[in-house]
Ligand binder design. Structure first.
Ligand code: G6P
Ligand code: MG
Length: 227
């Protein structure tokens, strides 16, 4: 693992790291899975985390053995329906739903002049950041529509460092998803996984929840790598 002193920037996932919107994504997918007659399990929910809209739909269909049952047009309709349901759940979203400590952490790193970018697979991320009143802290954002490959491919995190004009080894990526941790590792950044250490065991540093995410804790954890 690199030294903490080398770090110049942070590349953030959004859903499940900055706000609890991953629960809203899950709720909207669960609703669609019920309609399609696909059993909703914790394992399926974990597989979907961090994964793009169409890739998520394909994983749901595959899980129910229905991957060949629908045309591309029908699939687009299902994905649009899920997004409409997700957007309804976002209507009341505000800064009170920022996960514990994350508002303070983002403000702190910004004041200390670390560079900050967003590497979320969500096309709704600009809207979510605005509603959380956090958009002003982000120097750059990767537009997921411009990517060839979604997480776990390293492309999004590699781009997250590039747009800050930083080398990957100068960045820490923050993730709650297995696919996201793989993407950070593949990009050559330091991975900070937030959540279940069994699921996120590939991360360089693992914190059990967002309240542990402080510069001091990161600095200490970088002295004792978990991987
Ligand atoms: C994030 C979430 C996923 C979601 C994906 C696409 O990575 O973790 O659950 O499917 O973004 O989001 P979108 O808002 O574009 O459908
Ligand atoms: Mg996430």
């Amino acid at each position: 693992m690199v030294d903490f002193e080398q770090i110049k920037g942070f590349v953030f996932d959004l859903d499940g790291v900055i706000a609890n919107t991953s629960a809203y994504h899950a709720k909207a997918w669960h609703q669609l899975a019920d309609e399609l007659g696909v059993e909703w399990t914790d394992d399926l929910a974990n597989q979907l985390k961090g994964v793009s809209r169409m890739d998520s739909l394909n994983l749901i269909l595959k899980s129910g053995g229905k991957e060949n049952d629908y045309t591309e047009d029908e699939k687009k309709k299902f994905a649009a329906e899920k997004n409409d349901n997700y957007l309804k759940l976002l209507e009341t979203l505000d800064s009170s739903e920022i996960l514990p400590g994350m508002g303070e952490f983002i403000k702190d790193i910004s004041e200390r002049h670390y560079l900050i970018s967003l590497a979320s697979s969500s096309k709704n991320s600009p809207r979510v950041l605005e509603k959380l009143n956090l958009a002003k802290y982000f120097n750059e954002r990767v537009d997921p529509a411009t990517l060839k490959h979604g997480k776990p491919d390293p492309e999004i995190y590699r781009r997250g460092a590039e747009i800050l004009n930083l080398k990957p080894e100068e960045c820490i990526g923050l993730e709650d998803a297995i696919a996201g941790v793989k993407s950070i590792n593949g990009a050559g950044e330091t991975s900070l996984g937030i959540g279940d250490s069994k699921l996120l065991h590939e991360a360089d540093i693992i914190f059990k929840d967002t309240s542990q995410v402080t510069l001091e804790n990161i600095k200490n954890a970088m002295l004792i790598p978990s991987r």
